[in-house]
Write a protein that binds this ligand. Structure first.
Ligand code: S3P
Length: 454
């Protein structure tokens, strides 16, 4: 998976209105977790709507290499025959997780709590990302790690089935770190408590309960939540219906808001309140977004979203909302470039350690497209006048799917086409992105790649 094919340049030009009705691929966070909990259960888990992007396939391949039986039955329909908590075996080869930080962090917790030694690597982006945040708590529990300098991948995880339960306060707002500790705690006798001061996505907690684990979530006296898991439960396989990924829906949502005359419907989007900060922000900016047909999937709220073109006005995004929209700042910055006024986005230092340094990539790309933008160590400010941004630049995507898709959305509203140097990474999270976006536009496609689309 680390052998990268030749870059695939792509460009977007100003489009007509977006209209129609679409379904975005399944939620990436939930898809990883459905596979992992399925693999750690006794019996069968059936998954409907699994995201078939490269990141999730990396998790599936890793779990297969450790003994879980995972099969694709049909498009989005998968079946997992689990091995039970603690039942995985040592993989005979290096586990290559490609571009996927979620696979690397979550599986670290799983590997740490099995008596085996596993070698883990990833692509040129993943081997730059910090792993100390999981190595630190998992080492406290008794696992050992041999990582490259500065705690980067590749690394060896020397796990144990006799880890000790800990009480751990997560030092950064990170659902991946919280989940790594909870996954290690699954095969650890006793009660492990994870304290998070800032609420992050709670898919792991929801799914742990659904698969039969005993989990207690209480307010911590010093603020936030204390999440306590009783180790070594028997998890039982179950059906999981994955909702559409709000982080993918974000691209057609912003495109529809900024293209005059647009009116689209996106079906069955996951709207877990700890993920839906972008929707609140865009509505505050004047965006017309309606929630229709509310329901539940995989124990999480879902709704259809009707989005209509709107005149947007700048806002300051409250920093305490950052965790609930952490992956959506790049595309919010594109909306801000089309809004009137200066949109300020404080408290987003975590963007510097995503698939790329997203703060830097967004600031540079927007400046190259003629947009007024300023960036600090942990903030971004974007200024627009409500007119079309200039565009006309080629933006480096730096192996980052969300940078690639965000700048293509900007191109749909810009005076001059916007080019990205590599559309390949889009396949990590949003297979079918080009067809879905072009399918919303009447006439000539607005988005084009030089070769067949990813
Ligand atoms: C994720 C958590 C977030 C997010 C990532 C998916 C998850 O990462 O950016 O895309 O599925 O738990 P952090 O935990 O690093 O904030």
């Amino acid at each position: 998976m680390t052998s990268k094919s030749a870059p695939l340049a792509a460009a977007a030009r100003a489009s007509g209105p977006l209209t129609g009705d679409v379904t975005v691929p399944g939620d990436k966070s939930l898809s990883h977790r459905a596979l992992i909990f399925g693999a750690l259960s006794v019996g069968q888990t059936t998954i409907d709507g699994l995201l078939e992007g490269e990141d999730v396939i990396a998790t599936a391949d890793a779990l297969r290499a450790m003994g879980a039986r995972i099969q694709k039955l049909d498009s989005g329909q998968w079946q997992v025959d689990g091995v039970g908590v603690g039942g995985l075996h040592e993989p005979s080869q290096v586990i290559d997780l490609g571009n996927s930080g979620t696979s690397a962090r979550l599986l670290s917790g799983v590997l740490a709590s099995h008596r085996m030694t596993t070698f883990v690597t990833g692509d040129a982006s993943l081997v730059k990302r910090p792993m100390a945040r999981v190595i630190e708590p998992l080492s406290r529990m008794g696992a050992e790690f041999v990582a490259r300098s500065d705690n980067r991948l590749p690394m060896a995880v020397i796990g144990s089935d006799e880890l000790l339960p800990i009480r751990y306060e997560v030092p950064v707002a990170s659902a991946q770190v919280k989940s790594a500790v909870l996954l290690a705690a699954l095969n650890t006798a006793g009660k492990t408590t994870v304290i998070e001061r800032t609420a992050t996505r709670d898919h792991t907690e929801n799914m742990l309960r659904a698969f039969g684990a005993e989990l207690k979530i209480e307010p911590d006296p010093d603020g936030g939540d204390a999440i306590t898991l009783t180790g070594q439960p028997e998890l039982t396989g179950r059906p999981v219906e994955v909702p559409g990924d709000i982080s993918s829906a974000a691209f057609p949502i912003v495109a529809a808001l900024i293209r005059p005359g647009s009116d689209i419907l996106i079906r069955r989007v996951g709207l877990n309140p700890r993920r839906a900060g972008l929707i609140d922000t865009l509505i505050e900016m004047g965006g017309s977004i309606e929630r229709l047909n509310a329901g539940m999937r995989a124990g999480e709220p879902v709704a259809d979203l009707r989005v209509r073109a709107s005149d947007l006005t700048a806002v300051t995004v409250p920093p305490d909302r950052a965790a609930s929209m952490i992956d959506e700042y790049p595309v919010l910055a594109m909306a801000a470039a089309c809004a009137v006024g200066r949109t300020e986005m404080p408290g987003i230092g975590e963007l510097r350690v995503k698939e790329s340094d997203r703060l830097a990539r967004v600031a540079e790309g927007l400046a190259d497209c003629g947009v007024r933008v300023e960036a600090g160590p942990d903030w971004l400010a974007v200024e627009g006048d409500g007119g079309q941004p200039e565009g006309g630049a080629t933006v480096a995507t730096a192996l980052d799917h969300r940078i690639a898709m965000s700048f293509l959305v900007l191109g749909m509203a810009a005076k001059q086409p916007v080019t990205i140097d590599d559309a390949g990474p889009i396949a990590t999270s949003f297979p079918g992105f080009f067809d879905l976006m072009n399918g919303l536009i009447a006439g000539e496609p607005a988005l084009r790649t030089r070769q067949p689309q990813p």
